[in-house]
Design a protein around this ligand. Structure first.
Ligand code: TXA
Ligand code: MG
Length: 325
């Protein structure tokens, strides 16, 4: 896999590769995406093969500008207009009825399509230079933690991916908020860092929250997803010390993601102190999970964040990383 700089030359090369049907990973404000020309079903198929992703899990179509939306969706409802005005470019994906031109490979055979205009300068430069739509899931193997740096992408894939445009660390760090507008009532399919109350304020109505076993396939809604390769346990702050001691006494090598610094330096404990504000925590979480995972501990213990507002999407991802809903 080539590592491309996010300058004019790098973007030009990335566009050539996309035009010739190859896969190119690129940064967005949320996480790195694994991109292919959305108008080329063969190229899009290669995404599923590289990720090991089931063919019925739809991809998000990334657009350079909202002006291209009517080409990819059958109609643009008033609710979509409002959300696009308020949150695009940005970390929000809208599910809308697909237009004729959208290949069933992209939508996993569904009548709807996920669309998003990302807000990362490198993603925007790439999409504008490509002058078209790029289908892209998160650039990780199916079920694994999403990548937030180019190195993470390189750790996940080999030559099945032609290149990654290195745009540094992703500023948001968690995947986009997904709002399904195909029904009368808007539905919140995936929590993200855009707070639910901001969406409600724009729409002027509440959002349904379908159960995870309902509705269309959405891998981000599976119980085990965004997961490291070793067991992850969520632990209440008050129990953290005791749980660490138990694991150490049992001879386990553990990694701890906590808010505090370790009380005593412990040999078999890999400690990572995370920021106390949700925006900063979200930016750091996947990097720290990957770093913990790379040490191949027996277990990762994560101190539960507060229940207060701003932490909802983080709780959601930690639950899924733990394999529990
Ligand atoms: O932030 C993001 O959304 C990142 C960046 C790269 O844009 N992308 C991302 O893609 O997280 P992915 O494929 O890893 O997750 C997208 C989620 C999946 O759970 C997928 O099933 C759901 O969006 N999705 C896509 N199209 C859909 C549709 N038509 N109906 C329901 N869910 C859909
Ligand atoms: Mg994903």
């Amino acid at each position: 896999m080539l590592r491309l700089r996010p300058d004019d030359n790098g973007i030009r090369r990335a566009v050539e590769l996309l035009r010739s049907g190859r896969l190119v990973a690129f940064p967005t404000e949320t996480v790195y995406g694994l991109g292919a020309d959305a108008s080329n079903p063969e190229a899009v198929r290669a995404i599923f093969a590289a990720k090991g992703r089931p063919a019925d899990h739809p991809l998000i179509v990334h657009l350079p500008d909202v002006a291209l939306l009517p080409e990819w969706v059958a109609q643009v409802p008033e609710t979509a207009r409002r959300l696009a005005d308020a949150f695009w470019p940005g970390p929000m994906t809208l599910i809308l009825e697909r237009s004729e031109r959208v290949s069933g490979v992209v939508t996993g055979g569904q009548d709807s399509v996920g669309v998003r205009v990302p807000n990362h300068p490198v993603a925007r430069a790439l999409l504008c230079a490509f002058e078209g739509a790029v289908a892209a899931p998160s650039a990780n193997r199916f079920g694994h933690v999403s990548p937030t740096t180019a190195d993470h992408v390189m750790d996940e894939f080999g030559d099945e991916v032609a290149a990654v445009v290195d745009g540094g660390a992703c500023p948001v760090g968690l995947e986009s908020t997904i709002v399904d507008l195909t029904d009368e009532r808007p539905r919140l399919l995936r929590l993200g860092m855009i707070p639910e109350h901001s969406i409600v304020a724009v729409l002027g109505c509440k959002l349904d929250r379908p159960g995870d076993d309902q509705g269309p396939r959405a891998s981000g809604r599976l119980a085990t997803h965004y997961a490291p390769s070793v067991p992850l346990e969520r632990v209440q702050a008050a129990q953290l010390r005791m749980r660490i001691d138990e694991c150490v006494a049992a001879g386990e090598k553990i990694a701890v993601l906590a808010f505090s610094e370790p009380a005593t330096p412990a040999g078999r404990v890999l400690w990572s102190a995370l920021p106390s504000r949700p925006v900063h925590y979200a930016r750091a979480l996947y990097r720290e999970l990957r770093a913990a995972d790379a040490h191949a501990p027996d277990r990762i213990l994560v101190e539960m964040p507060p229940d207060s507002s701003g932490w909802e999407a983080i709780h959601d991802r930690l639950r899924r990383a733990a394999g529990s809903l």
